[in-house]
Design a protein around this ligand. Structure first.
Ligand SMILES: Nc1c(NC[C@H](O)[C@H](O)[C@H](O)CO)[nH]c(=O)[nH]c1=O
Ligand SMILES: CC(=O)[C@@H](O)COP(=O)(O)O
Length: 198
């Protein structure tokens, strides 16, 4: 597989997606950084293409893929708690004399909870069953993050049998055909799911 084969099933939304109001979390691994970093770059460029402001893209890193679901859950819960605290502060101010805008007005980055999370990592099969167990746990874990928090969670973890397979899917293949950077698809999926409504 190569070239256009990778995203045969990926279809951009037919709707015009405006991500300018969104706050997106990216959690990526430090394992296989030489492949993960291009995937993060592809994701960021896709988010920018849909209007997501750079100050509203929050990026954190973890050791490996196994840490992705826990980190995403922890950071989303923190953002939701901060949002709750902000609302209660505003209510307190409504009861006092302070103006609402003094509290609600946050310079720069958008405050409040994340609108989507993108978990990025690269698993490459070794000589034991470690790969299978991590891949299974991480895919179910990231699904749990989305379902338990209500924040759309994009599965940005490559599960590859060889380095070249991973490099191709990060758009940095060794041959003439560099492949397709799947981060481009993960960014658009995050924006589309963040904006999904009735
Ligand atoms: N082999 C790979 C790992 N292994 C490390 C685990 O993800 C985890 O960090 C460790 O077991 C401690 O909990 N991680 C990757 O992201 N990619 C690999 O290929
Ligand atoms: C995905 C992995 O954990 C894998 O790279 C570890 O390699 P091994 O199975 O040879 O220990």
């Amino acid at each position: 597989m190569g070239g256009d084969d990778f995203h045969k099933g990926v279809k951009e939304s037919s709707n015009k997606l405006d991500g300018s109001s969104l706050k997106i979390l990216i959690v990526h691994t430090r394992w296989n950084a030489e492949i993960v970093n291009p995937l993060v770059d592809g994701t960021k460029s896709s988010l920018a293409k849909y209007g997501v402001k750079s100050e509203n893209i929050i990026i954190r890193d973890v050791p490996g893929a196994y840490e992705l679901p826990g980190a995403a859950m922890k950071l989303i819960r923190q953002s939701q708690q901060e949002s709750t605290n902000l609302v209660s502060n505003i209510v307190d101010d409504l009861l006092s004399t302070q103006t609402l805008s003094d509290k609600a007005n946050v310079e720069g980055a958008k405050s409040g909870p994340f609108d989507a999370v993108i978990c990025i990592g690269v698993l490459i099969k070794g000589s034991t069953m470690h790969f299978e167990y991590i891949a299974d746990a991480v895919s179910h874990g990231i699904m749990r993050v989305g379902l338990d928090t209500g924040v759309p969670a994009v599965f940005g973890v490559l599960t590859c049998l060889t380095d070249e397979q991973a490099m191709q899917r990060a758009g940095i293949g060794r041959g003439e055909d560099k492949g397709h950077n799947h981060g481009l698809d993960w960014g658009s999926a995050a924006v589309e799911m963040a904006l999904l409504k009735l």
